[in-house]
Design a protein around this ligand. Structure first.
Ligand code: HEM
Length: 201
């Protein structure tokens, strides 16, 4: 649609960049668009919504960060562990047969690692369903692990810190506008997040 009706956005400028000598191929353009919109934007948007929802449902944690916004950076790992925006990693393929948790997985098959489940593993994080801003959650898997760990993690954390600080300091009375069980979650395979997060400020 943007190719047919160009505007002035970053995507439009990338599309326009196909015309020069050192031009972007269609595949490079699509790949960049996915990177910007899904990896860069959807993830952070939903991580922020999930983190704010967690705080709105845990008033003590919310009050604490509101009183001491400088504690927000240290709270981010626990907020990301508690409810991250990317529920599974992208596909991996076994290079050899492996037994994991008592289940045999043959060689050469696709495997999806449930990052959200790993973040609630009681052997790694005791009482994992509790939001505990004092726990050391630095080993969470919200950004994946290994060679494909999120390259945007520092940017995502900076964005979350800026947004949460601003929300907590500018909107002192921020609270949920609807009961939590009426919130609508998006139905997507990869990204976990709310369709909307209605608040009163
Ligand atoms: C809170 C926000 C974010 C979360 C939860 C998140 C999560 C993840 C996860 C779980 C992976 C690994 C996927 C896998 O192993 O299959 C990943 C990879 C990646 N992320 Fe993020 N991400 C976030 C923000 C961003 C941002 C802001 C950018 C870029 C501006 C970004 C760019 C990427 C890229 C390029 C990869 C692929 C790295 C590779 O395959 O080597 N992400 N992200």
């Amino acid at each position: 649609a943007k190719g047919r009706n160009p505007g002035g956005s970053l995507l439009d400028r990338l599309i326009a960049a196909r015309d020069g000598d050192d031009h972007l191929s269609e595949a490079e353009l699509v790949s960049l668009a996915v990177l910007l919109l899904v990896a860069g934007h959807e993830t952070t948007t939903n991580a922020l919504g999930n983190a704010l929802l967690a705080l709105l449902q845990h008033p003590a944690a919310l009050d604490r960060l509101r009183a001491k916004p400088d504690d927000v950076p240290a709270a981010l790992d626990e907020l990301l562990r508690f409810d991250a925006a990317v529920s599974t990693a992208t596909f991996r393929f076994t290079t050899e047969a492996v037994t994991l948790g008592g289940t045999g997985i043959p060689a050469g098959v696709p495997v999806l690692v449930a990052l959200g489940a790993a973040n609630r593993d009681p052997e790694r994080f005791p009482a994992p369903d509790q939001l505990d801003l004092d726990r050391n959650a630095a080993a969470h898997l919200a950004f994946g692990h290994g060679i494909h760990r999120c390259v945007g993690a520092p940017l995502a954390k900076a964005e979350m810190e800026i947004a949460l600080r601003a929300l907590l300091t500018r909107f002192a009375g921020i609270r949920l506008a609807v009961p939590a069980d009426r919130l609508e979650w998006r139905h997507t395979r990869l990204v976990r997040g709310l369709a909307s997060l209605p608040v009163l400020a």
